[in-house]
Structures are given as C-alpha cells and as structure tokens.
Design a protein around this ligand. Structure first.
Ligand SMILES: Cc1cc2nc3c(=O)[nH]c(=O)nc-3n(C[C@H](O)[C@H](O)[C@H](O)COP(=O)(O)OP(=O)(O)OC[C@H]3O[C@@H](n4cnc5c(N)ncnc54)[C@H](O)[C@@H]3O)c2cc1C
Ligand SMILES: *[C@@H]1O[C@H](CO)[C@@H](O)[C@H](O)[C@H]1NC(C)=O
Ligand SMILES: *[C@@H]1O[C@H](CO)[C@@H](O)[C@H](O)[C@H]1NC(C)=O
Ligand SMILES: *[C@@H]1O[C@H](CO)[C@@H](O)[C@H](O)[C@H]1NC(C)=O
Ligand SMILES: *[C@@H]1O[C@H](CO)[C@@H](O)[C@H](O)[C@H]1NC(C)=O
Ligand SMILES: *[C@@H]1O[C@H](CO)[C@@H](O)[C@H](O)[C@H]1NC(C)=O
Length: 527
C-alpha cells in the first residue's frame, strides 16, 4: 500500500516534470540545440550559468537597456561556426522564440539584445576573421570585429590602406555595415557599405548564401537596409582603400566668446564644399566657465576635429583659403599614420599605442537617448542661438550636438545605389545626444523638444533619419501579428525615402514569414 502510494507519487512527479519541461521553451530550445549541434554546449549561456550576466553585459553599449527590469534573454549563444548558427535559427523558429542578432551591441535602442517577447541572443562576438589580399586590395572581414579591431588589422597589413568605417572603436562591423556606416573618410570614399563587394549570409531556412547565390536585390538590401531584417551576415568582402603614409589631424575648441556662433554658421556651408580629402566634424556641448558673459555662467564649446589625407602644409593652405575664421594654425596640426589618426578619433590621446583599439573596456558606456536629422541649408544665426539656449537647459556635458559634413564623394552616388538615400544635396548630418543616467524621463523629453525646435531647419517630406541611429519614438512594428505598409512607412520612409518600397518587396520575397524581426525591421508586405 505504502509502496504503491510512493510509486504513484513518483509517477505523478515524473508526469509533472515532463509536463513542465514540455512547457518550458528554454528546455525545449536547449534540447533542440544539443540535438543539432553536438559541440555547442560550451558556447551556450542560460540564467543558470554564473557567467550569464557578464556575457550579456559584454557588449551592451547603452546602459539605458541594462537595468534590472530590462527584459533578458532566455539563452545567449556565442556561436563559433556557421553550422551552430544554422541550429540556433532552426531551433528558435521551431520553438517560436524571438532571435536577436548581436555583433557589436551598439544599437541605440538595444535592438540586438532586448525583446519584449521570450527571446535568445545569437552573439557573433566570435566571428572575428580578417583575411586581406594585398594584390586586389580586398579583405573578408567577420561581423564580430569591432571598428577598432578592423582598423588595427588593416594597419598590420599595410600603412597605405584604410577603410571608411565609423569613428568609435567598439562599434561592430555587423551592425555598421548593415546600416551604411560613415566615418572620417566619407567625403573621400562615401559610406562603408559602398565598398562591400560580397558577403556570406545565413537565411531563415539556414541556407548559406554569397552575393551570387542571394542575387543583386538581396545583396543591395543588406548594404544599408538596416540590421536584423534580411538574415545573419557572417562576413563581408570589402575593398581596402588607399591612404597616404601620413595624414594630418587637428582638434581645436571654440566657445561662444570666441565667435563660435559665426564660425559655426559659416562651417555649415563651407565644410561640405571643401576638398574631398578634408573632413571637419563639429561636436558641441554646454559648459560652465568664467569666460561666460551670462548670468548662469554657461557657454557653448565646440570641438572641431579634422582629418586631411595629405600634408599639414597643404591642409593649412586649404584652411586659410576657405575657412580662415576657424583660425587653425600649424601648432594645432599633427602628421601621423592613418591608424594613429583612427586612434585619435576614437577619443584617445593622439599618440596612444594602437593596441588600445583592441580593448573594449576602456571607452565609456553611458545610458543615453540619441537621434538625428540631415540639413540641406545652413541653420541661421538666430536658429543657432535658440539651439544654444536649449543646451543650457540640461546640466553641463550631459548633451551633445554632433555634426558631420557631407558633399565630396557623397554627392556623386545616386540616391538608389544603396538603401541609404541621403547623398547629393545633404549639407550635414546632425545628431543629438543626451545622457539619461539620471532624470531619464526629463531628458528623453528634452530630446523631443529639441527635435521639435529644429523642425523648420532640417530636411522635410519626409523628415530624414539614419537607420543606424535607430529611434523607436518614430513608431514600431507590431511584434505579434502583421504590420501595415502605412504603419512601417512612418519610420521606413524617413530612413530610406523611396528605397523603402524596394526593401519591403525584397523582404517579402526572402523572409515572407518574418523570422528576422525587431521593433523597426522591414516588414514583409506585398505592395
Ligand atoms: C558610441 C557610438 C558611436 C557610433 N559611431 C558611429 C559612426 O561613427 N558611424 C556610423 O555610421 N555609425 C555610428 N554609430 C551607429 C552604429 O553604426 C549603429 O549603432 C550600429 O548598428 C552598431 O552596430 P553593432 O554591430 O555595434 O550593433 P548591434 O547592436 O550588435 O546591432 C545593430 C543592429 O543590427 C543587427 N545586426 C547586428 N549584427 C548583424 C549581422 N551580422 N547580421 C544581420 N544583422 C545584424 C542587430 O540585430 C541590430 O538590429 C555609433 C553608435 C554608437 C553607440
Ligand atoms: C552553462 O551550464 C551548462 C550546464 O551546466 C553547461 O553545460 C555549459 O557548458 C555552461 N556554459 C558555459 C558557456 O560555460
Ligand atoms: C570675432 O570676430 C570679430 C569680427 O569678425 C573679430 O574682430 C574678433 O577678433 C573675433 N574674435 C575672436 C576671439 O576670434
Ligand atoms: C578663469 O579661471 C582661470 C582658471 O581658474 C583663470 O586663470 C582665469 O584668469 C579666469 N578668467 C577670468 C576671465 O576670470
Ligand atoms: C557665476 O560665477 C560667479 C563668479 O564665479 C559666481 O559668483 C556666481 O554665483 C555664478 N553664478 C551661477 C548662477 O552659478
Ligand atoms: C583594458 O583597459 C582596462 C581599463 O582601462 C584595463 O584595466 C585593462 O588592463 C586593459 N586590458 C588590456 C588587455 O590592456
């Protein structure tokens, strides 16, 4: 009797366990993975693994999405082989889990590592291959490389080659190439994506496709249509581009008391017309200083930082001829290798050994909100003064205005060559950034106020935005069920103008079941 009861109890317990494991998506997913990839378990992290949190945090750049109440993945897979990626796709699909792809983790809205649905992260951090061919000046580069690692490896290959990717060392190759990618050589060479000539992608059926196999439409879409919509890009074949053995750099600061307003006013029309070899970026912040003539002691300070693909003397003669107001002198200028210049523009001291580019723990990781616009005409002086007033409303150093001049090579590429449409006629990319470490709601609101204030001065119909500066305040897909063309156009047209329609058609053909999705992925809709 007793034995029978115990047996019965054990039986019930077993039933219960089986039942609960059948209901547990994590267990089912893990069983599926282990069945399909026998070698995968040491690359799989669940909440039970002691290194789960550190693995999740490893490349989270925006700490706004690293709070205790931020949704966390059920599983993180740091795959090391293509077949493991195929298994992760297969098992996510089979067990209806959302799968987020993470390369460098720099999504402004955390799209690579946060989902409101039960989800897993496919982390490409181990895909760091780099193989250059100096006969053809091309290289296959892994999506898991950071910009810094890429630059370092190019520097090891040759002191006469470079690549026009972004400024910040820790940004991932996977995300930046997926959305276009601009940096200090944009005026000379255009976007990073303009120099992608092949790619290896895994689709929602686990097929591995190169350019030839995916065809020109699909290949067009992955070079700027935004990450997370068209498949997992594992690696990219890119053109490496000639750079001089030494380039010239400078960084100069100007405040309102040093004629910043009139200098910046002129900058807006001059910087996009300079020779292609010269890029001058401008970043503004508000500070407290005793030079201020305001009652609150605040002033605006702008950092003007430049890269010239040539000698200091030549650059100075360009500056004297076209932009003497900035007052750059020989003492401001340094002639360095291209690699050393990339170290400088990543925010490090000029002569820091380039190995710093390989250390992903040194650069700051704030909690922030950021978004952007493009301008086609200079903002008038009174518009700038109103902008400074808005900057004085936040504490010093908590907000930044970042300007990147277009023109040069960007003027020569057609709007539909790649999904990224802001080419000829664009003066500046204008990014706004506010730290949200404290007073989050208030500062998020400030970013909105700033955007509203700028409405008369920036591109309209549609108001422009850069997909790599993803901004969910424009709207989101329905994560369950379908999303209408109308709904997705609210942000889609802003990122891509008319290229959005082509992206939607390609998505409908290559991922009709919408496996690759996130809050602003391209939805499949027949139009
Ligand atoms: C501090 C900072 C500086 C920046 N500087 C620049 C700059 O100088 N120039 C510039 O152009 N941009 C810049 N950006 C924006 C940057 O290009 C985007 O944030 C980019 O998406 C980041 O790529 P990631 O791989 O690091 O990000 P992730 O967060 O890993 O990915 C971004 C998006 O792409 C998807 N994705 C990632 N990898 C893949 C892949 N292999 N295949 C398919 N989809 C993928 C993700 O799912 C996600 O939706 C900067 C961003 C930050 C935070
Ligand atoms: C996580 O824990 C499981 C179960 O103990 C183990 O098999 C796996 O190898 C661990 N993962 C890592 C990355 O150590
Ligand atoms: C500011 O501009 C005025 C007029 O153009 C000029 O006289 C003055 O020297 C400038 N001041 C500085 C600090 O450059
Ligand atoms: C501002 O402060 C600095 C350093 O504290 C000092 O050297 C300078 O003289 C001050 N300038 C004015 C205008 O008070
Ligand atoms: C501005 O600076 C002056 C001189 O240092 C100081 O007396 C005054 O209190 C400051 N004002 C504010 C609003 O901080
Ligand atoms: C990376 O930077 C961190 C912080 O500055 C430092 O503690 C660490 O030693 C560095 N790692 C390497 C390998 O240099």
């Amino acid at each position: 009797m007793k034995i029978a009861a115990i047996t019965c109890f054990t039986y019930l317990l077993l039933l219960l366990l089986t039942f609960s494991s059948a209901q547990d998506p994590t267990q089912n997913f893990l069983q599926c993975l282990n069945r399909h990839s026998h070698d995968i378990s040491e690359f799989v992290y669940t909440r039970k693994n002691t290194t789960y949190s550190e693995t999740l945090l490893y490349s989270i750049n925006n700490l706004r999405f690293a709070k205790p109440d931020t949704p966390k993945p059920l599983v993180i897979i740091r795959a090391v082989s293509e077949s493991q990626i195929q298994s992760v796709i297969y098992c996510s699909k089979k067990h209806h889990l959302d799968m987020r792809i993470r390369s460098g983790g720099h999504s402004f809205e955390g799209l690579s590592y946060v989902s409101p649905l039960p989800f897993v992260i496919l982390d490409l951090v181990n895909f760091k291959s780099f193989s250059a061919d100096t006969k053809t000046n091309t290289a296959w580069i892994g999506s898991g490389l950071t910009n810094g690692e890429l630059y370092y490896k190019i520097g090891e290959t040759s002191d006469r080659l470079g690549f026009p990717s972004g400024l910040f060392a820790n940004v991932g190759v996977g995300g930046i190439l997926s959305g276009g990618g601009y940096g200090m050589m944009m005026r000379k060479y255009g976007l990073a994506a303009d120099h992608v000539i092949d790619a290896r992608l895994i689709d929602s059926n686990g097929r591995i496709l190169d350019r030839k196999a995916m065809g020109e439409d699909w290949f067009w879409a992955i070079r700027g249509g935004g990450g997370g919509s068209f498949g997992v890009v594992i690696s990219w074949k890119v053109r490496l581009l000639p750079v001089p053995k030494t380039v010239t750099v400078y960084k100069v600061y100007r405040t309102v008391e040093q004629n910043l307003t009139s200098i910046f006013h002129k900058y807006q029309s001059v910087a996009p017309k300079l020779p292609k070899e010269l890029v001058i970026k401008a970043d503004g912040q508000s500070i407290v200083s005793n030079i201020s003539q305001r009652a609150d002691n605040r002033t605006m300070i702008f950092l003007f930082e430049a890269l010239y693909l040539g000698s200091a003397d030549k650059m100075l003669s360009v500056m004297q001829g076209q932009f003497p107001e900035l007052g750059v002198v020989r003492e401001d200028c340094f002639e360095v290798s291209w690699l050393q210049a990339m170290v400088y523009f990543s925010g490090f001291e000029l002569f820091t050994p380039p190995e710093i580019l390989l250390n992903i723990t040194v650069l700051p990781r704030p909690a922030f909100k950021s978004n952007n616009d493009y301008t086609q005409v200079p903002i008038p002086v009174e518009g700038l003064e109103g902008l400074w007033d808005l900057m004085y409303k936040l504490p010093p150093l908590k907000a930044t205005l970042q300007f990147t001049p277009y023109g040069g090579r960007m003027d020569e590429i057609s709007e539909s060559a790649l999904p990224f449409p802001y080419r000829a006629g664009t003066l500046l990319k204008f990014n706004r950034y506010a730290e949200t470490d404290t007073d989050e709601a208030e500062r998020m609101e400030w970013v909105k106020t700033l955007a509203r204030y700028l409405t008369p001065y920036v591109t309209k119909n549609p108001r422009s935005a850069y997909v790599n500066y993803v901004d969910l305040s424009m709207g989101t897909n329905n994560l369950k069920g379908t999303t209408s063309y109308q709904q997705a156009s609210r942000w889609g047209k802003r990122y891509f103008k008319n290229n959005f329609d082509r992206l939607v058609n390609i998505k409908s053909a290559v991922d009709p079941d919408n496996f690759f999705r996130h809050e602003q992925s391209i939805p499949p809709i027949r139009i």
